[in-house]
Design a protein. Structure first.
Length: 235
C-alpha cells in the first residue's frame, strides 16, 4: 500500500459509526486451556480442503472466497488454491507439515531456501523461533533476505463461519528485503489461529508496513494490504 492509501485508510478509521465504509472489528477470542500434551495436528491427505472468505480489513468488504485443497503429499505437500474472483491462485507448499516452503498470501509468492515454521513442534505454548534465510519470487532469480520471529502466544477459542474452535494463536513477524529496492525496510505481520482438529488455521490475519526512500533520513511510511481469512467450510 502506498502513502496515499495509508492516509485514506487512516481517514476511514475516523469516520462516524453510521457510515457505510468501516474497518473490521478486532478479532474476539476467549482464553481456553491447552490440550493434553501430545495432541496431534491432523495430518495432510489428498482431498482434504479448506474454504476461506478473504476480507479487506480497511473497509470490511469480502475480497474473495478461496478454496485450498491438498493436491499431493510427499517430501513436499502441495496445496492448490482457487478463488471465485481470481480463479487460479498460486499454490502453497509445505514440507514437512507445518514448515512452509512457499507462501502465496503476500503481494508475490515467496519460496524459501529454508522452510519457515507455521507452528511449533508439539504445539508447545510460549515456544519461540528465530531464523534468517533467503527467498525467491516466481520468475526472479534474485535472492532476497528474510528473517522470521514467531511465538506460540496462547490457546484461544475463536468463532468463524465454519464453527467454534480451540486454537493455538501463533504470531509471526517477517523482516525482509523487498523486490522494490526503494523500500528501506519491510516488516510483515502474520497472526494465525491453528485448530489441530482441522489441520490448518481457521483464522488468519496478514498485514505489512514499510519505510520508503524519501527526502527525509527516515523516509516515508507506508502500509500494505491487511487481510483477514475466516474458515467457512472444511473436509
Amino acid at each position: 500500500m502506498n502513502t496515499t492509501r495509508r492516509k485514506i485508510a487512516l481517514s476511514l478509521l475516523m469516520l462516524p459509526a453510521g457510515c457505510a465504509i468501516r474497518p473490521l472489528d478486532a478479532v474476539r477470542t476467549r482464553l481456553t486451556a491447552a490440550p493434553a500434551p501430545g495432541t496431534p495436528v491432523r495430518a495432510p491427505a489428498p482431498g482434504q480442503s479448506w474454504s476461506y472468505r478473504q476480507l479487506d480489513f480497511f473497509n470490511s468488504q469480502q475480497v474473495d472466497e478461496v478454496r485450498e485443497a491438498v493436491e499431493s503429499v510427499g517430501d513436499e505437500i502441495v496445496i492448490a488454491r482457487r478463488g471465485t474472483r481470481q480463479l487460479q491462485l498460486s499454490s502453497e507448499i509445505q514440507g514437512p507439515w507445518g514448515l512452509l516452503r512457499r507462501d502465496p498470501v503476500w503481494d508475490a509468492a515467496q519460496t524459501y531456501e529454508q522452510a519457515l515454521p507455521l507452528w511449533p513442534p508439539g504445539l508447545e505454548l510460549g515456544q519461540t523461533v528465530a531464523l534468517h534465510t533467503h527467498y525467491r519470487r516466481d520468475h526472479d532469480s534474485f535472492r532476497y533476505a528474510i528473517g522470521l520471529y514467531a511465538v506460540a502466544r496462547r490457546w484461544e477459542t475463536v468463532s468463524v463461519p465454519a464453527g467454534e474452535f480451540d486454537c493455538l494463536r501463533v504470531e509471526r513477524t517477517l523482516r525482509q528485503q523487498h523486490q522494490d529496492f526503494s523500500r528501506l525496510e519491510t516488516l510483515r505481520h502474520d497472526t494465525l489461529w491453528l485448530a489441530p482438529e482441522v489441520g490448518r488455521w481457521v483464522l488468519r490475519e496478514t498485514w505489512g508496513e514499510y519505510r520508503h526512500a524519501g527526502r527525509s533520513s527516515q523516509g516515508s511510511q507506508g502500509l500494505e494490504d491487511h487481510f483477514r481469512w475466516e474458515l467457512t467450510a472444511w473436509t
